[in-house]
Design a protein around this ligand. Structure first.
Ligand SMILES: [Mg+2]
Length: 122
């Protein structure tokens, strides 16, 4: 079975760019438009990796990650922030909440592919 990636971002363009960057690697990519949708998906489905934006309507990425980490089935799931936010304080906050990485947009496709390969232990 292909590894499943959850991509949480309110920007359709950004979700498309993530899909495009990873399209040759045959992951199954499931998308959510905000933190609440992402949280609901993480509650009911299993993912090998989760990408999450910071600024989103309804629920932001921090609350989303906090909620996901509180689920026993997602204590170890790799979570990477993918965001325009570039402040040290926010990155520190993300780390404290349990994120495994922080990528600042815009991203290059190749490093993203490599990062996913490293994070997903097949
Ligand atoms: Mg956003």
């Amino acid at each position: 079975m292909n590894s499943r990636i959850l991509s949480i971002d309110d920007s359709p363009t950004m979700r498309m760019l993530i899909r495009k960057a990873l399209k040759e690697d045959e992951y199954e990519i499931i998308e959510a438009e905000n933190g609440q949708e992402g949280l609901d998906l993480a509650q009911h489905e299993e993912f090998s990796l989760i990408f999450v934006d910071v600024n989103m309507p309804i629920m932001d990425g921090f609350s989303c990650v906090e909620g996901i980490r509180a689920m026993s089935q997602n204590r170890e799931t790799p979570i990477v922030f993918l965001t325009t936010v570039n402040s040290k304080d926010k990155m520190e906050k993300g780390k404290t909440l349990g994120a495994n990485g922080w990528i600042v947009k815009p991203f290059e496709p190749e490093p993203l592919r490599k990062l996913v390969k490293v994070m997903i232990k097949k």
